[in-house]
Design a binder for this molecule. Structure first.
Ligand SMILES: Cc1cc2nc3c(=O)[nH]c(=O)nc-3n(C[C@H](O)[C@H](O)[C@H](O)COP(=O)(O)OP(=O)(O)OC[C@H]3O[C@@H](n4cnc5c(N)ncnc54)[C@H](O)[C@@H]3O)c2cc1C
Length: 438
């Protein structure tokens, strides 16, 4: 469920409903390129589009299928903000990275969503895009934080409509009494994320890039020309960009251990019901906005274009899935929407997301000509697009914004990998207990 042995997509709703199921060829020869991108998730394909639009010769190598990793398995929720905790704390960003950093990171938080909006418009990407988002609170402490967040956005002149909601207002959006309030935001939304990912690979290809699936990179020879090896071919490149995120260590543990030490692969799971009747779909989510609660191990949900409830959660640092993903998530879903008692569960799946200690995206270079981007935690759909832009800017010699993010200090996770995983599983349990008690 978390990995697949046949290099094909997992059994997700996204894979089943993907519009473009045509594969890309495997690399079977020795080729030369300007830029070789390793990993065909949203970071990889967004970078490929940016660089191909600028006329670079790009080759992208994906071990499995485009969007096979977290990018084709997630909640499909477009959430703004770039810089993790820094995006809601400009003063901290200024202190950490210098005056003006907070403002710059704030702008990137808007820009990352704008990249998606404009790319979908420009290339007419079919991916069930729907705007509208809801952050909901279960407790007064969470509501106070949401109210402060709402006031901050208003004070900063946030360009989209946002609205602070009480318990009664939430009922306009959700057919449940579970939440005491929330913030509605017209600037964020949701989509069929595997379609967005695959479409960007196609766009890059149409702009001249070579895209290869089932082409696992097994080793890299560093130098002024970097040589990238797969089982059946090699790519000689002036520049390489590593976009394997949490799957990098899982696919080829010896490829870039230095990078993998800085991300912990955390799991999250999803279920999709059968298509709901119009009446039932309207009763649970009358405005079909993507929704998240505020807990560490949060629930997140939305409707698909064919009215399925896509419900996610059970985020964890443990590598083993719950005994039954369907039973665990269905129980959580019914806690929110008891009216879905008889809805059949058609799909369940899970995936790994990369989390860094400080929860700030990691952008940087291993050598002068080997770049990387990783560690978006559970908020990567929009930020991956910002990373693509920043990587392209840096490769083109405009380093100002790239350097600002690359300046953030990151710490490696302590301990050997097995120790590390259990250490952080315990850490997460602490936050879950805190969520339950306060
Ligand atoms: C269940 C789940 C729900 C989530 N929900 C949301 C959400 O609703 N909203 C949100 O914003 N974020 C969400 N996220 C997080 C988001 O999906 C990720 O942050 C984002 O997709 C990361 O994209 P990426 O391209 O960096 O990595 P990935 O999508 O993981 O892509 C990495 C790719 O690199 C490939 N690869 C790795 N090593 C090699 C190699 N050696 N050679 C070739 N290829 C290689 C892998 O096969 C993989 O396809 C969720 C994540 C999960 C798992």
């Amino acid at each position: 469920m978390l990995d697949t042995n046949d290099r094909e997509h997992t059994t997700s709703y996204y894979a089943a409903s993907q519009r473009d199921k045509l594969p890309f060829d495997t690399l079977t020869s020795d080729i030369s390129t300007d830029i070789c991108i390793i990993g065909g998730g949203l970071t990889g394909v967004a970078t490929a589009v940016e660089l191909s639009e600028q006329g670079h010769k790009v080759t992208l190598l994906e071990a499995n299928r485009i969007g096979w990793g977290a990018s084709g398995r997630n909640g499909g929720q477009i959430i703004g903000g770039y810089g993790g905790p820094l995006s809601s704390n400009p003063e901290k960003a200024d202190r950490m990275l210098g005056k003006g950093a907070g403002d710059s990171i704030n702008k990137m938080g808007l820009e990352c969503v704008d990249i998606i909006r404009k790319r979908i418009e420009k290339y007419q990407i079919q991916c069930d895009l729907k705007w509208g988002y809801l952050n909901v609170a279960l407790k007064q402490r969470e509501m106070n934080d949401l109210a402060a967040y709402h006031d901050q956005l208003k004070a900063e002149g946030y360009p989209h409509k946002i609205r602070l909601l009480d318990k009664k207002d939430v009922r306009e959006y959700l057919g449940t009494d579970r939440y005491i309030g929330g913030v509605a935001d017209d600037g964020w939304g949701h989509l069929q994320v595997l379609d967005l990912c695959k479409a960007q690979a196609r766009i890059a290809e149409q702009l001249g890039a070579s895209i290869h699936e089932q082409s696992l990179v097994t080793s890299i020879e560093y130098g002024t020309k970097v040589r990238v090896h797969t089982a059946k071919g090699t790519v000689s490149a002036k520049t390489v960009v590593l976009c394997g995120n949490a799957y990098l260590a899982k696919m080829a543990p010896k490829l870039a251990p230095k990078l993998s030490n800085f991300v912990l692969p955390a799991t999250s799971y999803m279920i999709a019901t059968e298509p709901l009747s119009e009446e039932l779909a309207h009763s649970v989510m009358p405005q079909n906005v993507a929704t998240c609660d505020q807990r560490t191990a949060l629930d997140y949900f939305r409707l698909s274009a064919d009215n399925r409830m896509l419900f996610g959660g059970v985020s964890n640092y443990r590598a083993t899935p719950p005994k039954s993903v369907t039973a665990t998530l269905r129980k959580k879903m019914l806690h929110v929407f008891p009216q879905l008692e008889t809805a059949r569960i058609d799909y369940h799946w899970g995936g790994y997301m990369g989390i860094g200690i400080n929860r700030i995206p990691q952008l940087g270079q291993l050598t002068d000509n080997v770049f990387y981007a990783q560690a978006y935690g559970g908020h990567g759909v929009a930020p991956t697009h910002m990373s693509g832009r920043l990587l392209a800017e840096a490769i083109n010699g405009d380093r100002e914004r790239f350097d600002l993010i690359a300046k953030v200090k990151h710490l490696p996770f302590p301990g050997f990998s097995f120790l590390r995983q259990s250490l952080f599983a315990s850490g997460m349990s602490f936050y879950k207990i805190r969520d339950a008690l306060t």
